[in-house]
Design a protein. Structure first.
Lengths: 503, 152
């Protein structure tokens, strides 16, 4: 590496280059004169030409020209008659011309050789650097876990990294030199011509390939091709990076299957829902009619015979009427309950204070003759379906009225409890008969009742309806109570974070 | 108040004989049952209105009100309602839907077709009798029927 450095210095310093011209010329002249003194003749021409050649070789055309001029001048001065003058006789001219021609020829020849050699050296250095770089790159490529290999334009593998060995099972020595698609039995997602056309047009290609490993198993890989071109932009090699997505594809397939199954089930569910709707309609229409007939004709019977039959018979008739009425209420409540499940919620901003007022008006009939002290706190606005939320409040308030019936002074409180910043919590509290906390999880079930129907009438659907409505609003319902010590029912709903919301 | 004593004819379209009997009983209690014509399905109702089939020889005047059940054999109540309200000659006859169905879609469909009232039959007999009585009194007695229906 020292030699190119020296060359570099010569090439860059004019003083050194011209100094070399003068020095080599002076050395040649000195050696000639020394040779003459010791009786060696006719060495001047080869020595001076050698000096010119050395100068041209190492210092370039400028210094070579100087060396040529100096050589000619001193050749004339020392070695042509008359000696020790720069005078040129006619007889010397041909001799001088031959010398000049030789000097120029040597200088020119040296310069050309020098340039050619320089080019060669440059090419060699370039190649050396490239070899080093490629070796480094290849080592780096071995480090990645991705399978990476290079193949030439005839599909012959020229490089094969450790990742490729791990993925496909072939060692580099088995793979290099093989036809890549034949070795791996590659199945392309598109015709191979299209893949190559895209690769040549854009320089890259990406896709999923199916391949067979050395062990004979099929793998799915996500592959990326990059085209390598030489300095003349001719495609020379393809670098492929791929990673194993077999597992991912399997999961995707699994998910797709599950989705299909889900779609099937949801269609089936939809059909069942339609059937249920038809059932509800039928209940609404067909069950009500016979019930009306039972009630109607029993009442007509009562009217006709009550005066002539005994008390027991009259009681039976009254019981039939009572049961028919209860069944009517059950059907109505069940229908309302099923309608909540089917109806779309129409959400708006609702004033709970206003809804409580409306609910109180609706249950006023039940409060007649009662002594109830109402305590109604500040209530927030709610975001939800107005009529459904109203039903929630009516249910909870009428429950509170019902279960405080035994109290001389009933106390019912409606207020807003501390929720967190994401949800609102509203409660209805009473000082009624309460309930045993061990049955708390039964409270919200359909047809679940904690009191016998002689003591407190009801169908057991009210709280189930409340829960269904609140769940449809994304909220929760819960209750606290103690036997003979009142009950508190809570419901919450998330505060909406939209621009429609005006707190 | 003389007109109050005149009773408009009521066309009761009802397939269930028990319901017919209960309705007639309710109307009888208030002496409203004398001028009731019963059609047992949608087709019969249309035959009566268009005076064909077994009603070919009926008197030419139209009923003062029609009490129409929705769930009917052959031609259902909504279809009957649709035909009446789209026929220029019949469209003025007041139609009251009297049904067991509380379904909103039935209610909406009926009002869309131009029904004059929609009454859900109460399960409770007292309420049922009250509803029928008030309906009969209003439509057959108080309400002035459109031209073409004659009161006796």
């Amino acid at each position: 590496m020292a030699q190119p450095k020296l060359q570099l210095q010569f090439a860059h310093s004019a003083v050194l280059r011209y100094g070399l011209a003068i020095a080599s010329f002076a050395l040649a002249l000195g050696l000639t004169l020394l040779a003459q003194r010791y009786g060696f003749r006719n060495v001047e021409v080869p020595l001076l030409l050698f000096a010119v050649a050395v100068t041209a070789w190492h210092a370039g055309p400028g210094p070579a020209a100087l060396a040529v001029v100096l050589s000619i001048a001193f050749f004339d001065y020392f070695f042509t008659e008359p000696r020790y003058t720069f005078y040129v006789t006619y007889s010397d001219i041909p001799y001088l011309i031959v010398f000049i021609s030789f000097a120029l020829l040597v200088a020119w020849f040296s310069a050309v050789r020098r340039r050619v050699e320089g080019d060669l050296r440059q090419a060699r250095d370039h190649l050396q650097i490239e070899v080093v770089e490629r070796t480094q790159q290849a080592n780096l490529l071995n480090l990645t876990h991705d399978a990476t290999f290079v193949r030439d334009m005839d599909f012959l593998i020229t490089f094969w990294n450790l990742g490729a060995q791990e993925l496909y099972g072939w060692a580099p020595e088995d793979a290099v030199g093989k036809h890549s698609h034949q070795l791996l039995q590659t199945v392309f997602p598109a015709p191979l011509e299209d893949v190559h056309a895209e690769l040549l047009r854009t320089g890259r290609w990406e896709g999923e390939l199916k391949r067979t490993t050395a062990q004979g198993t099929t793998v799915v890989v996500a592959a990326r091709y990059a085209l390598r071109r030489d300095e003349q932009a001719r495609p020379v090699a393809i670098l492929e990076t791929s990673n194993d997505i077999t597992e991912r594809k399997r999961r995707e397939q699994e998910i797709e299957n599950l989705n299909l199954e889900l779609a099937k089930r949801s269609t089936a569910l939809e059909a069942i829902n339609k059937e249920l709707e038809a059932f509800a309609y039928s209940v609404s229409h067909d069950l009500r009619a016979p019930l009306r007939h039972i009630a109607g004709f029993t009442e007509l019977l009562q009217k006709k015979v009550s005066a002539v039959v005994d008390e027991k018979s009259n009681r039976y008739i009254a019981m039939i009427l009572d049961s028919a009425k209860r069944m009517g209420n059950l059907i109505d409540d069940l229908l309302a309950f099923s309608r909540i499940g089917r109806a779309e919620t129409q959400k708006t901003q609702v004033s709970l204070a206003q809804l409580v007022k409306e609910a109180l008006t609706e249950v006023r009939q039940d409060t007649e003759g009662r002594n109830i002290s109402w305590k109604i706190g500040t209530l927030p606005d709610f975001y939800g379906d107005r009529s459904m939320l109203r039903l929630v409040l009516v249910n909870l308030i009428s429950n509170a009225i019902k279960f405080t019936r035994a109290r001389a002074q009933a106390e019912i409180e409606i207020g807003c409890a501390d929720g967190n910043k994401d949800s609102l919590v509203v409660f209805v509290r009473d000082n009624g008969v309460g309930f045993d906390m061990k049955y708390v999880n039964k409270l919200f079930g359909v047809f679940q009742r904690l009191h016998d129907s002689d003591a407190f009438e009801g169908t057991g659907i009210g709280l189930a309806t409340v829960q269904r409505i609140i769940h449809r609003h994304g909220g929760k319902v819960w209750a606290e109570g103690a036997v003979d010590n009142g009950a508190t029912f809570y419901f919450s709903a998330p505060k909406p974070q939209g621009r429609l919301w005006k707190p | 108040m003389e007109t109050m004593n005149k009773l408009g004819r009521i066309l009761l379209v009802e397939d269930d004989p028990k319901d017919v009997e209960l309705t007639l009983t309710a109307l009888e209690e208030y002496n409203l049952a004398n001028e009731v014509v019963v059609a047992r399905d949608g087709e019969e109702a249309l035959e009566y209105l268009y005076a064909r089939g077994k009603f070919k020889t009926r008197s030419s005047d139209n009923p003062a009100v029609m009490l129409l059940d929705l769930k009917l054999p052959k031609v259902d109540g909504l279809e009957v309602l649709k035909q009446i309200k789209s026929d220029g000659k019949l469209s003025m006859i007041p139609v009251v839907v009297l049904t067991s169905s509380k379904e909103e879609k039935d209610m909406v469909a009926s009002y869309r077709l131009g029904v004059n009232a929609y009454v859900v039959k109460p399960v409770d007999f007292h309420e049922f009798v009250n509803a029928i009585r008030e309906l009969g009194a209003f439509w057959a007695v108080i309400n002035e029927p459109p031209p073409g229906s004659v009161r006796k």
